[in-house]
Ligand binder design. Sequence first.
Ligand code: PEP
Ligand code: MN
Length: 341
Amino acid sequence: MLVVMKADATESQVAEVLRIIQGIGLRAHTMRGATRTAIGITGNQGAVDPSHFENVPGVAEAIRVTKPYKLITLDLCPQKTVVRAGDATIGDEELALIAGPCAVESRAQTLAVAEAVSHSGARFFRGGAFKPRTSPYAFQGLGEEGLEILAEVRQLFGLRIVTEALDEAGIDQVERYADMIQIGARNMQNFSLLRRAGRSHLPVLLKRGLSATLEEWLMAAEYIMIEGNYQVVLCERGIRTFAQHTRNTLDLAVVPAVRQISHLPVVIDPSHGTGKSSMVAPLAKAGVAVGADGLLVEVHNQPERALSDGAQSLNLEQYHQMVDEVHAIHNAMKPAVCEAG
Ligand code: PEP
Ligand code: MN
């Protein structure tokens, strides 16, 4: 059930609807849009009786939800959600850049990359302290020491930190040091982790699973939002196909597909999406051209010496070049404005 308030509904009328929802033992999710407030209802097993909201002052209509989605949907929130990490945003007219190494390897490496990322105008810095590696013998990340280095990056450069949590205890740690929790592709259907992220005060970057359909990915976002955290960014990072020319197949069509269903912002990860540094800039530009709200890109000061994902990491020069190119595309796509005079 979705309760849509009239455009001129007052705060006390909204509060009354919330009281009714709580009174029947259900959970209310209030979304305040530019033109109207809508309230999603979760926790019901069967259909909610719409008569609860009939003749309630300020209510425009109570709509039965027939789609599998309740909270990610444009029916609840017709405008795109702007996700905020401090003063940095994802989902507004700016192109959000989330850049940094695959893994935090050392203080010197991380600060060298962070300096370049900061000079590029990016507002977000990425880097894994906990790495989900295919092999248990591969570098697993520096753990808490890595988080301390990331906190130093935030302090020195004012960049907002995006970093992965592999488990629920990891979220406790990430909350102490970072600005945004990354849920990795391999954890996209780790439902207890998603629920824990939903109880966090930090926004969440939710990567698409290696073989997840759009519906499965959006349902994973619902798991986060049902707990009350509506600050979710979707990240397309490529899916497994039979292609051998790339590490994964970057599904750029998913950006307009998400737009038709959801108010959540979408960013593109051309690094994991291709696995090859030479393909990162072309796919980053394509991602911007199809309307992505931002890019997540791996950058390393010495890619050939990286402890993880070196083959897909841009060096600093390639990174700056890519940033110039994606801004050119993004600016060209801005709607023309009429100059008065
Ligand atoms: C990463 O961002 O470094 C990472 C491990 O990503 P994914 O979960 O998409 O593989
Ligand atoms: Mn990586």
